[in-house]
Design a binder for this molecule. Structure first.
Ligand code: PHE
Ligand code: ZN
Length: 873
């Protein structure tokens, strides 16, 4: 095992802070290698704490220079200043100011936490514990302070000087330097601090809030990228008015700024008034960004903006409560996107993400509750469970208490806790109070990890015209949780007859479509059921569970045709395909059910009604979906084979219909990222991929023409992908042509890298190694690493899981070489091993060996040591 000693932090050990910091004055003298930080903190003992000990501030790799107490220099015997902590032995009674000077080297900061350089700009990232890399502080979210930030820099190097809040002063100094002072009147935790400085272009706009406040909107980007901000700005304004209309939340400062940087560990960060974004989630032009990129930009701009209320005005008491802000804010951004686009289509794609990212996490060694109770490294808890499952929990709460009570509960939450750092219990109490319901069983969603399974069985009594539905819950054991308590599930359902939903009664009342499952097993007796129904369960995916219900092909076809719930129509197509695929995995000679081909043909025929929905229904379950369903002794190659065979068959039987769909779904006129056109493109491109699956020359010619003539990146990328998958010369030519066309555009070249990294061919590993030598690649930039290495390890099931183990050792080597520079990035890559235990024995042994090699390496970061140890446990 690695020598990195992990000291777990536990929720039960939470204590209120011994001291409070009311105000922070930061004086930042920027220099590429010698930045000077002087922090003046107004401190007092916390009346709510009984602790009487010395003042201990957090630090991380800090270089101490000097300190003053109430303006008087401290003597060395008064304190201990280490890189990781500053201790003041005796503190005055009442409040006092402590001033500490530190030095740091932004150019040497490769972790991208704290103050670092991205291209020619200075920027900061403080969540979760990055502020302590800038200055000594009580770096915990329950210490809220009012910040004033003075930044000084060379004018030539950094004409733009930005920080949180409103700018209150600026001026010119000697030696070509200048300064700006920013003041943020809203008390905030240190993780929301931000500062940016550099020579950046700015795009300006404005917004008037419902109450008439004028807000300046500014997006800062590299020079020359201004035209790529139009969509992000538009999305920002739509987010601002949506939050007013739907949640009654207005923006609260005079200015809202977004800065796009090209070196960033995550998607974006909600710093108060100064969001910092990974440029991938800001920049878009039709020629450089796909429809998916546009949708992501819209969602992430909204997400960060929405944090202003859910996260910033009301924040987390401690990091165990991370889902308090993240789950709720993901829920809010999902609702926003659903309102801006198609609700069913958005729901289906969110559930696809949930299943692929979260279910796989929940079913493996890294499973943890939505609110964890122990962690070794908080950076490793920015997970699909905290974010995506956290959002599902909020959605279930809304379903259980109803829209109206949910709205009142949110209002109460904002009113009761504005300006506070709170817990999940505080949040849930608001909804219990407004609805009068006991939500204690519901709280288990925050405490119990693992994906519950719901089993359903139904019996129709023809003579009594009743239908008895029995639902049971199975809660599989997960790390640290061998036994679990029964949970509460909102189950939306309907009974579907040949002509659609049946109108039935439950307990004598007209059935409204929702039942709550609270017991291990529960039966529901529906009456007035005049024909044999097919149960349509878990409509709109009303709970994040695995549903086990034995529906035969006929029943699935009934749902596909007649279910009023679009989610379950989609699910019926998926379940049907999955049944087929599982049989094909077991026996590749299984004949393909003609009724399935007919159903797909029907979807194509009606494709024009809702192209985006049809595209989702045509997409077969992914290799990872199939692997999850199989559960153990997974052979990725057999899964790929089964999928290829089904695609081949569909391509052959439906060739001319697919070509017709490609024709009719072409979009005329200039590109628009709107859902309507994007839906047509997605149907066209799913059809194109299927049409090419059997190597059809005619279809490949269409792909070739689309590659050459597309007026937008969506169609161009789709054609490139299809051509590359075909393994033909044309594919290689297209790849070369693309590289030449977009050589100077890193975000576009990232896509080109990903396409190649995901090719399910034996040569892919060699190709990836070759691409690492491409001048566009860099192991230092997280986007480049994720585009090539991350795409290979997380999305290429057969080649990462090569039977010879070369995929594992390649990724292990890369993780070890990145770890000393950027532990967060290394730890994220390591998560690719999260399903290793479900592989067949040969691969499982090789994956375990690669993990053990990593674990044995001396000097691992805490991030990597934590993931590798949990993965092997
Ligand atoms: N808080 C950010 C978000 O979800 C994510 C993030 C976490 C960014 C940690 C940087 C570091 O909006
Ligand atoms: Zn967030």
């Amino acid at each position: 095992m690695s020598d990195t000693a992990l000291e777990p932090v536990r929720l039960v050990d939470y204590r209120v802070p011994a001291f409070l910091i009311d105000t922070v004055h930061l004086d930042i003298g920027l220099d590429r290698t010698q930045t000077r930080i002087v922090a003046t903190l107004a401190i007092r003992r916390n009346p709510a704490s009984g602790e009487r000990g010395p003042l201990k501030l957090d630090g991380d790799s800090l270089l101490f220079v000097e300190a003053w107490l109430d303006g008087v220099p401290l003597q060395t015997r008064d304190y201990v200043a280490l890189p990781q902590a500053f201790t003041l032995h005796h503190t005055p009674e009442g409040s006092f100011t402590l001033t500490i000077e530190t030095r740091l080297d932004p150019s040497a900061n490769t972790q991208l936490m704290g103050l670092y350089r991205s291209n020619s700009a200075y920027c900061t990232q403080c969540e979760a514990e990055g502020f302590r890399r800038i200055t000594y502080f009580l770096d915990r979210p329950d210490v809220l302070s009012v910040y004033t930030t003075r930044i000084e820099a060379s004018f030539q190097e950094a004409p733009a000087l930005l920080a949180n809040g409103n700018k209150i002063e600026e001026g010119v100094l000697n030696h070509g330097r200048h300064f700006a002072v920013w003041h943020d009147p809203f008390p905030k935790p240190s993780y929301l601090f931000a500062m940016v400085a550099g020579d950046l272009a700015v795009v300006r706009d404005s917004f008037v809030t419902a109450s008439g406040r004028h807000v300046r909107l500014e997006i800062y980007v590299e020079h020359g990228k201004e035209s790529r901000c139009t969509y992000a700005m538009d999305a920002l304004k739509r987010s601002m008015s949506w939050d007013e209309q739907v949640f009654g939340r207005e923006y609260d400062l005079d200015i809202f700024m977004i800065v796009a940087v090209s070196d960033f560990n995550m998607g974006a960060m909600e710093n108060k008034g100064l969001n910092v974004f990974n440029d991938k989630y800001v920049l878009a032009l039709p020629e450089t960004a796909t429809d998916q990129d546009y949708a992501n930009i819209e969602a992430i701009i909204a997400h960060e903006y929405f944090h202003n209320w859910t996260g910033n005005r009301i924040t987390c008491r401690d990091w165990f409560q991370l889902c308090l802000k993240e789950g709720l804010t993901v829920f809010r951004d999902q609702e926003f996107s659903a309102d801006q686009r198609s609700r069913p289509v958005k729901r289906i794609s969110d559930v696809k993400t949930l299943r692929s990212q979260q279910f796989s996490e929940d079913g493996g060694p890294l499973a943890h509750p939505v609110r964890p109770e122990i962690y070794n490294e908080i950076n490793n808890f920015y997970t699909a469970t905290v974010y995506e499952k956290g959002a599902e929990v909020v959605r279930m709460l809304k379903a259980l208490i109803g829209d109206e009570a949910f709205g009142r509960g949110m209002d109460l939450y904002f009113e009761r806790h504005d300006g506070e750092a709170v817990t999940i219990e505080d949040f849930i109490a608001c909804f219990a109070d407004v609805s009068g319901r006991d939500l204690s069983q519901f709280m288990l969603w925050y405490r119990q990890s693992g994906t519950p399974e719901i089993r359903a069985e139904g019996v129709w009594d023809e003579s009594g015209r009743t239908y008895a539905l029995t639902l049971s819950q199975i809660l599989p054991p997960t790390p640290g949780q061998p036994h679990k308590q029964p949970m509460l599930f909102p189950i939306r359902l309907g009974l579907v007859g040949t002509k659609g939903d049946l109108r039935v009664r439950l307990d004598g009342e007209p059935f409204e479509g929702l039942v709550a499952l609270t017991e291990p097993t529960q039966s529901f007796l529906f009456s007035e059921v005049g024909e044999k129904p097919v149960p349509s369960l878990l409509r709109s995916f009303s709970a994040p569970v695995k549903l086990a219900v034995d529906l035969d092909e006929e029943a699935l076809l009934t749902l596909l045709r007649a279910d009023s719930d679009p989610f379950n129509r989609w699910q019926a197509a998926q379940s049907y395909a999955l049944k087929l695929l599982l049989r094909l995995v077991k026996d590749p000679t299984t004949p393909i059910d003609p009724r399935f081909v007919e159903a797909i043909s029907g979807i194509l025929e009606r494709g024009g009604d809702d192209p985006a929905f049809a595209a989702l229904s045509l997409a077969l379950p992914s290799e990872a979906d199939i692997a999850r369903e199989i559960g153990s002794d997974v052979d990725p190659q057999a899964i790929l084979g089964a999928r290829a065979k089904l695609r081949h068959t569909l391509g052959s039987y439906l060739g001319s219909e697919l070509l017709r769909t490609i024709e009719t779904m072409s979009v005329d006129g200039p590109y628009s990222p709107q859902a309507r056109d994007a839906g047509r493109r997605s149907l066209r491109n799913v059809a194109l991929e299927l049409a090419c699956a059997n190597g059809s020359k005619a279809a490949l010619a269409v792909a070739q023409a689309q590659f050459e003539n597309a007026n937008n990146m969506t169609d161009e990328m789709a054609a490139l992908n299809t051509l590359a998958l075909s393994g033909t010369d044309a594919g290689e030519q297209a790849l070369l042509g693309f590289r030449e066309r977009y050589g100077s555009d890193p975000l576009v070249i990232d896509k080109w890298m990903s396409v190649q990294a995901m090719l399910p061919h034996e040569t892919t590993l060699a190709r990836v190694k070759e691409l690492m030598r491409d001048s566009a690649f860099s192991l230092h930039n997280p986007n480049r690493v994720r585009a090539l290495i991350g795409a290979f390890s997380a999305n290429n099931q057969t080649q990462f899981n090569r039977p010879d183990g070369e995929g594992y050792s390649f990724i292990a080597d890369i993780i070890l070489s990145i770890d000393p520079k950027n532990p967060q990035l290394a730890a994220r890559l390591l998560v690719a091993f999260k399903t290793w235990r479900s592989l067949e024995a040969g691969r499982r042994a090789l994956a375990a060996a690669a993990l053990r090699d990593i674990a044995a390496r001396p000097g691992l970061s805490r991030d990597v040591a934590d993931i590798v140890q949990r993965s092997l446990a």
